[in-house]
Design a protein around this ligand. Structure first.
Ligand SMILES: [Zn+2]
Ligand SMILES: [Zn+2]
Length: 363
């Protein structure tokens, strides 16, 4: 049987390639993709802004259905039995367990995270990325069965934004009653608002787009701050101080703009914690006042990705709380695989917020 992969030949140039659907090696599995979202990081690669990735397969936020199980695969990574035909989600990266970060237990920082995801489609077993009919899940990737109660739409986003912010909030030691500021109401920020709310925090979301702030309220924000109404850093420091009684306990930076970082330091109470995860591209700098941070005892943690087990925690979160939040509306337009060029261009031009590629059989 042949499968098809959308391949970026160079930034902005797309082709389709057909390859035989491989048989999974022992410990691996092959899934038929049901739905795969166009993530902000894909747009970045597509537009040629990524420091290293200039060609190859795209797509990493996906849910699929097991087509073939490799020898020895009887359960997912949480011990739930799996069979051909079950829906699953998987991490798009690996924890190699052998590099220095893995050896120190910081598996989310694995030096070899993109061993498979970064490969070219011509390399066997071809289906390394999810803008494709199939996805090959290696034994080093963690995968989980999707509970029946979780929709394809909600599940497809779980392995990126949701698991990342869940981990970020726990890394920042978010606690019941904390006052948490979330900078940015994109996919990361909206997921973070819902999780922080269910952790028992008071949630404040800052963004400059009114429609996103309205969504943030639907995703659990108690307060939203429109940057158009509070245009300066001083304005926002003052309003956050007033809402929190002197500064936030925790600030989650998921805005992706460098100015958010020094601003976050000023939004925190003495002893507060910044978790930075949105600014993922090196090279842009910004003035920063270390003395202010030291005198106030502000801590910062920066992080990328997540330990794979957070994908299971995200699915559990969705089972318990998805009905309270409009997760299905996070994806605002569906495209078939053969219109992926349109989906990428519409996303890059911001004509859609979150495009999703749907395959036959998706719900
Ligand atoms: Zn993503
Ligand atoms: Zn590693």
């Amino acid at each position: 049987m042949q499968g098809q992969i959308a391949v970026m030949m160079a930034p902005g140039q797309l082709a389709f390639q057909d390859y035989p659907v491989p048989d999974p090696a022992p410990g691996a599995l092959v899934v038929r993709v049901l739905r795969s979202n166009v993530c902000g990081s894909e747009i970045h690669i597509w537009c040629g802004h990524h420091p290293t990735k200039r060609s190859g397969g795209l797509g990493h936020e996906a849910v699929g259905i097991i087509e073939k199980l490799g020898a020895g695969v009887t359960t997912d990574h949480a011990g739930t039995p799996v069979h051909e035909g079950d829906r699953v989600v998987a991490t798009y990266f690996i924890h190699c367990r052998r590099c220095p970060p893995c050896q120190r237990g910081q598996v989310h920082l694995c030096d070899n995270a993109y061993t498979y995801w970064g490969r070219q489609p011509a390399d066997d077993p071809h289906f390394h990325a999810t803008f494709a009919t199939h996805w090959y899940i290696h034994s080093a990737q963690m995968f989980y069965k999707v509970p029946d109660a979780v929709s394809d739409r909600a599940a497809a986003s779980a392995n990126c934004a949701q698991s990342q912010v869940y981990f970020g909030l726990e890394l920042g030691q978010a606690r019941l009653g904390d006052r948490i500021v979330i900078q940015g109401a994109g996919g990361l920020g909206l997921n973070a608002a819902a999780i922080a709310r269910e952790m028992g925090a008071e949630v404040i979301v800052i963004d400059a787009v009114a429609a996103r702030l309205a969504e943030a309220k639907c995703f659990g924000a108690h307060h939203v701050i429109d940057m158009n109404a509070y245009p300066t850093v001083e304005d926002r420091v003052a309003v956050v101080a007033q809402l929190t009684g002197g500064g936030a306990d925790l600030c989650l930076e998921v805005a992706g703009v460098v100015d958010a970082y020094p601003e976050a330091i000023r939004l925190l109470r003495p002893g507060g914690m910044l978790v930075a995860m949105g600014i993922v591209n090196p090279g842009k700098t910004v003035p920063f006042d270390p003395g202010y941070a030291v005198r106030r005892g502000i801590s910062t943690i920066a992080t990328v990705r997540y330990p794979g087990a957070y994908l299971k925690k995200s699915l559990d979160f969705l089972v318990r709380y998805a009905a309270r939040y409009p997760f299905d509306s996070l994806l605002d337009r569906d495209y078939p695989l053969d219109q992926i060029l349109q989906a990428l261009d519409d996303s890059a031009a911001r004509r859609v917020t979150r495009a999703s590629i749907v395959m036959p059989g998706a719900r």
